[in-house]
Design a protein. Structure first.
Ligand code: PLP
Length: 435
């Protein structure tokens, strides 16, 4: 790739100088693979960035995008409409948990989170609960990088460069079990969710608008919730008139193996769901926020006029809607919302084959999302980064967060790909930790 000048692109969440000294350039992608600069297939163990759930290069999505661009490249959705978002909202409602009736469109997970938080605040206001302005996030939570999401997020490095952030925010403790090497949900530990009662008594329930959590922590290191945790959060929020928001940007669209959303499969439904990523298979940027009918209808009880002073130029963009409708056709035709459930055991077998090896301090996961946590070597994150780079060079694209290796392959993953991922990481970690 000698002809590529790397200088001008300021890369996100990247050590730019380190990367540009030894770049990793993806030059193509198909099915379960991305293609490296030498034209070789590299197994995509991360579905891009937790988003390419259907695998790469789906012709139906490409055709829908091209046809739509030629037919209707853009139309506004402020005081105007076009068919795409109406059709897509209806389709999404059909795969959402019962009771979810309306969908607001955004362009990313970060925008979905900020939109969800704004809807929660505005809802409390239209219900005459205007004193409810506090938002509760969680330590280790990742909710994107806009100001709302950064404020409720709980990863120190993502917060510390940006000043005081939003006022009126509090955080639950990270629900990280003391048990290690647990497949699926860790054992119950009432402490984590009961902390919400403490926060409620500290601030007063009538000051709190919403609590937001990822059903399974993703970017913070892949932590499935302890048994009973989401149930207890639901109980406490309901008792105090607080909305429960799930950030399903990663867990949505079949990732957890229990249907389209963790909200349906985990048996505890929230009031608002933020989503993005898999909605278009990552092909076109798009996000969405789904709400329960009571929330939507509370806004409609106001006198006629604009009910929510919020939206984006590209809310319900025709091309994104076409990509999402094509993606939903594939999810349904290939029964992919159930696929992570069918592959979970093979995937977890692969991950747990690393349990007990030198340098591996934890393995965890649920559905088709999992993590191998490594013992630090030198600076924080160095061990993880070394393993990630070595694996890329050996033919697997994973992801690293601190010293934790994360895995979330496309839902079409087969045993042969899992075998290849295991083989490469065995090689890499054997070298790194002197097995
Ligand atoms: N929320 C969660 C749980 C995420 O994992 C992410 C991205 O990884 C986001 C929000 C932000 O999404 P985006 O990067 O599309 O803004």
């Amino acid at each position: 790739m000698t002809e590529l000048n790397l200088d001008a692109f300021w890369m996100p969440f990247t050590a730019n100088r380190v990367f540009k000294a030894a770049p990793r350039i993806v030059t193509g992608a198909h099915d379960m693979y991305v293609v490296n600069e030498r034209g070789e297939d590299v197994v995509d163990a991360m579905a891009g960035l937790w988003c390419v759930n259907l695998g790469h290069g789906r012709p139906e999505i490409a055709d829908a995008v091209r046809d739509t661009l030629l037919h209707l490249d853009y139309a506004p959705t402020f005081q105007m409409g076009h068919p795409g978002p109406f059709r897509l909202a209806e389709r999404l409602v059909s795969v959402l948990p019962d009771g979810f009736s309306h969908v607001f469109f955004t362009n990313s997970g970060s925008e979905s989170v900020d939109t969800a938080l704004k809807i929660a605040l505005a809802y409390q206001q239209v219900c005459g609960e205007g004193s409810r302005t506090r938002l509760i996030g969680r330590e280790k939570g990742y909710h994107g990088t806009n100001f709302g999401g950064t404020s409720v997020g709980g990863i120190m490095r993502n917060r510390q460069q940006f000043g005081p952030l939003l006022p009126g925010i509090d955080h639950l403790p990270a629900a990280v079990s003391r048990e290690r090497f647990v497949r699926g949900f860790p054992p119950a530990d009432p402490f984590f969710a009961d902390e919400l009662e403490r926060i409620v008594s500290l601030h007063g329930p009538r000051t709190i608008a919403a609590v937001i959590v990822e059903p399974v922590v993703g970017s913070g290191g892949v932590y499935p919730p302890p048994l009973g945790y989401l149930e207890r959060l639901r109980e406490i929020t309901q008792a105090h008139g607080i909305l429960l928001v799930y950030d399903e940007v990663i867990t949505g669209f079949g990732r957890t193996g229990t249907g389209a959303f963790a909200a349906s499969g985990f048996g505890v439904a929230p009031d608002i769901i933020a989503m993005a990523k898999g909605i278009t298979n990552g092909a076109i940027p798009m996000g969405a926020v789904a709400v329960r009918r009571e929330i939507h209808d509370a806004f409609m009880a106001e006198p006629d006029g604009i009910e929510l002073f919020h939206g984006y130029t590209y809310s319900g963009h025709p091309v994104a809607c076409a990509a999402a409708l094509a993606a939903l056709d594939i999810y349904e035709r290939e029964d992919l919302f159930a696929r992570a459930g069918r592959m979970e055991s093979a995937f977890q077998d692969m991950l747990f084959s690393f349990a007990g090896k030198p340098g591996v301090v934890d393995v965890r996961g649920v559905g088709l999302m999992g993590a191998i946590e490594l013992a630090p070597q030198g600076a924080a994150g160095a061990a993880g980064m070394n393993a990630f780079v070595a694996a890329w060079n050996a033919g697997v694209m994973g992801r690293v967060t601190g010293d934790t290796l994360a895995f979330s392959p496309p839902l079409i993953v087969e045993q042969q790909h899992l075998d290849r991922i295991r083989e490469v990481f065995e090689e890499v970690l054997a070298e790194q930790y002197d097995w």
